[in-house]
Design a protein around this ligand. Structure first.
Ligand SMILES: Cc1cc2nc3c(=O)[nH]c(=O)nc-3n(C[C@H](O)[C@H](O)[C@H](O)COP(=O)(O)O)c2cc1C
Length: 400
């Protein structure tokens, strides 16, 4: 097996091992997140209990998602409700405004009051200015459900509720037409595409089976969004707009890792350009110049050893990369892939080990660019080369 092939295998193994360990780490961190509970608050305000019945069903839908837990809480009252302790919802605790930040999702439920949320809910949310300016609810999934009488203005009530959630930057979850094909259409139903609602003033038991069914589906949809939020909230940091985060080039980082400093790109010594871009391809030719002098010049065997010719080849490839960086606008990450290398060696007649010398350039290129450094290749012996260089490399790359 020649050393290019062995280099390919080594690179392949390295890439595989690093991808494997990365995915192992990711899987481990995901397992941790998957195992932790998704906490969803069901926050409601009710007087006669209609919204509470809807809230219970929303909570049941939330808990249909494995690992999701619904926490039922009431909005504190501006004015105490007579006999509240005797009501079915009397033992549900009141929420504190700051705890809204702690949950992975929030379902807001209110009675429809004159086409709006209730005054208690409005008053409670008006205390969230601190959370708002601290961006605490941004991205957190939220949904709205309601209990209405006749249903007058209920869609407007949900939509106007959304305004507050939007100002907080919350991610609004709506039921759309979920479950609507399954409900009894022979009776009035409170479902809306914006959120479940109940028509307490309509005939029959309210909330109806259909209204509860939609509420459960809405709860489940919120839980799914909350799970996604929980899994990603720590991992996805928002990109700062401040100029304090200069882009770290992947290839520059790799060069640093390999302790390689690219030379200054050699200036042309005639009426030609150091590189030419045609379409997305870059064409480059270099010899073993180093700081204006040719490194290890002369014919192989007589003036330079194979080891010296290899050093000259390495220098030539670095010159190629220095020019390539110029061609890529200073950012080697803009190089999509290497295409072809052709190596010319100043060799005596009958010399056959050109591949051995050229491997120095091929291996180095793959070491730096990874898989995208792989290329096709030709090697040629020459009876002389410019400036007595022992090597010349022609290179073709493709840019992004
Ligand atoms: C001040 C007030 C305003 C109301 N406005 C509306 C309304 O605009 N549209 C509607 O359908 N029902 C309206 N209702 C009826 C309530 O929305 C209905 O009774 C609801 O079921 C109450 O919810 P709860 O049982 O959770 O308290 C209003 C009730 C009150 C007390």
């Amino acid at each position: 097996m020649d050393s290019v092939n062995s280099m390919r295998i080594k690179t392949g193994i390295l890439i595989f091992l690093s991808l494997f360990s990365c995915s192992l780490l990711k899987a481990q961190s995901k397992m941790t997140n998957h195992n932790s509970e998704t906490k969803v608050l069901v926050l409601f305000n009710t007087e006669s209990g209609g919204t509470y019945k809807m809230a219970r069903e929303i909570a049941a839908g939330i808990e249909k998602l494995p690992g999701a837990k619904a926490i039922l809480k009431q909005v504190p009252r501006i004015k105490p409700l007579e006999n509240e302790a005797k009501q079915v919802f009397g033992n549900i605790p009141y929420a504190n405004i700051n705890e809204l930040a702690e949950y992975d999702g929030i379902a807001f439920g209110s009675a429809v009051h004159f086409g709006n949320m209730s005054a208690d809910m409005r008053y409670f949310l008006d205390q969230s200015v601190g959370l708002w300016t601290a961006h605490k609810l941004e991205g957190k999934p939220a949904t709205v459900f309601m209990s209405a009488g006749s249903g007058a203005g209920r869609e407007g009530a949900i939509l106007s509720f959304w305004n507050t959630l939007a100002v907080h930057g919350m991610t609004i979850v709506s039921p759309g037409i979920m479950g609507t094909s399954e409900i009894d259409k022979s009776i009035p139903q409170g479902n809306t595409v914006f959120g479940a609602s109940s028509l307490a003033g309509a005939t029959g038991d309210r909330p109806s089976k259909g209204e509860l069914h939609i509420a459960a589906l809405q709860g489940y949809a919120l839980a799914k969004a909350a799970k996604g939020y929980q899994l990603t909230k720590a991992e996805i940091a928002p990109a700062p707009l401040t100029p304090s985060s200069p882009k770290v080039s992947r290839i520059e980082a790799r060069l640093k890792e390999l302790n390689i400093v690219l030379p200054d790109a050699p200036a042309p010594v005639g009426n030609y350009k150091p590189f030419r871009i045609s379409g997305k391809q870059v064409f480059i030719n270099q010899i073993a110049l180093k700081a204006g002098k040719v490194e290890h010049p002369g014919i192989l065997g007589t003036e330079v050893t194979e080891e010296q010719a290899k050093l000259a080849t390495r220098q030539t490839l670095l010159n190629v990369l220095a020019v390539l960086k110029q061609a890529a606008g200073g950012d080697l990450d803009q190089v999509k892939q290497a295409v072809q290398l052709t190596g010319f060696f100043y060799t005596p007649a009958g010399y056959t080990k050109h591949a051995l010398l050229m491997n120095e350039a091929s291996n180095l290129l793959v070491e730096i660019l990874g898989e995208s450094g792989m290329h096709t290749r030709a090697t040629v012996g020459a009876s002389s080369l410019p400036m007595n260089s022992s090597v010349e490399i022609q290179a073709i790359f493709e840019l992004e």
